[in-house]
Design a binder for this molecule. Structure first.
Ligand code: GLP
Length: 244
């Protein structure tokens, strides 16, 4: 779907989230969301907060799983995705605290494998992801699934790509302070979601959007694997669509 403006894209994605929450809530069931960080989803979070404040959208039946977090990373650090989610979304809506899940970047290295396996089990226990929102990195990553990732991958520790660390440098003041690793849902975890919306805005995303959509599925661009999913939609603005 190509939108004239990023604001329209954000409104449409937020409407999809609202439709799911309301349908699940009418059936007395939880709505299980997979959520991204980055600049792209901020408009969606703002629109959902507006729907909560002005239209009474109720998040009490919402369960969330974030896709990734830097490692090492303390949850209250400036660049932490835990902090990002609180500040940009969770602090402004009524999602019960116990319903929020974000991979931890503050555990000792030897505890990561078990934590990743436990994260997968928690998604299963919640009934799987109903709707997963995604951004895309210029390396083609979804979550932090850098080149080399495959559909067999589950939640795990990965080494960040050079492009990713360059793009993150301004958040960390200098590239040398960007963590070298991250924990991320795997491509397999992502493909298990019942519905996926990948969002991309801006001219700088145009080359990778073209590759993701037009190349055959391949491990160099993990977003190409979304072509294998039955219910995945790319939401792009005109600038991000300009090389299609
Ligand atoms: C980070 C996140 C990704 C996100 C990407 C794009 O690398 N781990 O999940 O999709 O950034 O970020 P932005 O939306 O700021 O371009």
């Amino acid at each position: 779907l190509i939108f004239d403006e990023p604001s329209e894209l954000a409104r449409q994605a937020a409407r999809q989230v609202r439709t799911l929450i309301e349908a699940r809530s009418a059936a007395g069931d939880p709505a299980v969301l997979g959520l991204p960080t980055g600049s792209t989803p901020i408009g969606v979070y703002q629109e959902l907060i507006r729907m909560h404040r002005e239209e009474g959208l109720d998040f009490s039946n919402v369960v969330t799983f974030n896709i990734d977090e830097y490692v090492p990373m303390q949850p209250d650090s400036l660049q932490s995705y835990h902090r990002f989610m609180r500040e940009n979304f969770f602090d402004h809506v009524n999602i019960p605290e116990g319903n929020v899940h974000i991979p931890r970047g503050d555990l000792p290295p030897e505890a990561m494998e078990q934590h990743a396996a436990e994260y997968e089990r928690a998604i299963q226990r919640a009934g799987g992801l109903d709707l997963l929102l995604l951004g895309i990195g210029r390396s083609g990553h979804i979550g932090f699934n850098e080149p080399g990732s495959t559909p067999e991958d589950r939640t795990r520790l990965i080494v960040l790509d050079e492009i990713t660390r360059k793009d993150a440098a301004s958040d960390f003041f200098e590239e040398k302070y960007v963590p070298r690793e991250a924990i991320t849902m795997g491509v397999g975890t992502i493909l298990d979601a019942r519905e996926i919306i990948l969002m991309a805005t801006g001219e700088h995303k145009a080359p990778i959007v073209r590759q993701a959509v037009e190349e055959a599925p391949n491990a160099q661009v993990s977003a190409t694997y979304l072509q294998m999913h039955q219910n995945a939609t790319f939401y792009v603005d005109r600038a991000a669509a300009s090389e299609l």
